[in-house]
Design a protein around this ligand. Sequence first.
Ligand code: NAX
Ligand code: K
Length: 554
Amino acid sequence: MLIVTPKQMKSIDRYTIEELGIPSLSLMESAGRAIAEEVLDLIRQRRDLPVTGNRGAGTRPDGSAKRGVTSASPVLNDPLIAPFEGAEREHWLILAGKGNNGGDGLVAARYLQDAGVQVSVLCAENPERFSEEAAAQLESVRRSSIPVQTVPDSGEVSNIDFASYTGLVDALLGIGTSGEPREPYASLIQAANDSGLPTIAADIPSGLDAKTGQTAEACIRAERTVCIAFLKTGLAQYPGAKAAGEVRVRAVGIPQLAASRIEDSPNTYLITEQSLRGVLNIDTSRNREEDSHKGTYGHALIVGGSRLMSGAGLMSSRAALRIGTGLVTWALPAALLPSVVGHVPELMVAEATAGDAWTRDSADTVLKLAEKLGVLAVGPGLGRFDGDTEWLKRLWTESDVPLVIDADGLNMLADAGDFIADWGRRDNVVLTPHPGEMGRLLGMPTADLQKDRIEAARKYAKLHNVTLVLKGARTVVASPDGVAFINTTGHPGMSTGGTGDVLTGVISGLIAQKLTPIQAAAFGVYLHGRAGEHAAERREHPASLLAGDVIDSL
Ligand SMILES: NC(=O)C1=CN([C@@H]2O[C@H](COP(=O)(O)OP(=O)(O)OC[C@H]3O[C@@H](n4cnc5c(N)ncnc54)[C@H](O)[C@@H]3O)[C@@H](O)[C@H]2O)[C@@H](O)CC1
Ligand SMILES: [K+]
């Protein structure tokens, strides 16, 4: 699924209207209708009535939980826009802003009325200031005898009796927003949230930065967001993803081709089976060839583990095996051998250095071991040691085996400063930082880079010619050519030590099996997340999930 920034969405809108000749009002009509359908669907769901129209729109193919982002096309002659039992007991308030987002909400009002739901409109400001399209919609609403009230110019919202409604449509602010909501929008948003009513957001929750996913102090907490035409980047990242609730992307007559025809055309995708197969050309079935042997599936070398962190190297190695790598060798300090040998009998081990800690002279052994192997993973449980940055430089410059760098390997990189100038560019490197490590790589506070994760990851990947995996809920994967992928699989239960080591093993294992760095990174985070979901389902409580469970679920 393609994801767009608000700026790209505006260009797509403009292209559709001006170049393709599709009238703005007709797009608004479809958008409003889609919003009404989702309101009716939510009402049915809350009233335990059979869902007729977009049944299953929020369900995975296997029927599992509704979460994340789904896409649903409007169904013509949808039975959803028809009176149903109990509809008259519903009274929805449409909060309409002055822009076209408000216009969408006003169209929805007409369809809701048609389905027998009581509906009222609250204009956030004097309709004289409404956009041309929104004003036209307001006129139709008035002529349809839908009650309309307006927030007075004083901006006073305390006399709005939210308790008399059963639900809200937030059509205050859309992608035309700049900066934090001003008054009376901010107070309206606050009051809407305080009302505790179920809220459906039109396009985006008002108060959300549709590009970055940052939320203003006043930001609608929606139960569901009906995203118009294309998913917005801000809905695909936290905290925006949380404010949006369940996101449903609805087609409104803006064709996909418009996205490819604008300047600065979108290059961000949600990771789905479809985009893995279509955009990244991955055979997601992962079937084994009948006439294959272990050599067919590559050989990974995991470089990690130290006296106090031997488990990390072990988990990466096990995950690499579990993801289907033909052979996995774990290079580790010799003194660790007695305590770990035998834990995973399928694993080969190699003594990379004497004693129980890594030393800079182990680079010779590691380079020798890496010869002819499919991938070299550096970092899990490695620790820091004297001369470690020089050690990493040797691995970077003296071998051309694909490199996956994690954990302390990333801290070594951070210490190396402008390593590209010094060590040279490579085109087969994957970095897997969590936000803290990413902050060190960028030399900026973690909180700052988290404000626009997609942009931070994309810029870094381009500048350093690496595939970058910025971990955290909604992991961002960015390729050296500036394409970004957002993952939606995973489970909060995975917030536990060792899951990062598992991911390193998974990505390394996929590279050993001949996937390119970007294929391995995107597919790896997807599979890792699915395994986490699977593991969480199998535990009584997700808090008890361990990284080892994720490996078993791969
Ligand atoms: N033809 C189109 O352009 C379509 C637009 N659509 C809808 O239109 C929306 C975009 O419409 P607009 O571009 O009119 O913009 P919005 O409806 O998002 O409205 C922003 C309006 O509020 C004002 N504003 C901006 N920042 C503000 C702030 N911080 N506090 C208070 N007021 C602020 C602006 O002056 C503008 O008039 C989309 O999100 C979508 O819902 C859809 O109907 C599909 C078609
Ligand atoms: K909105």
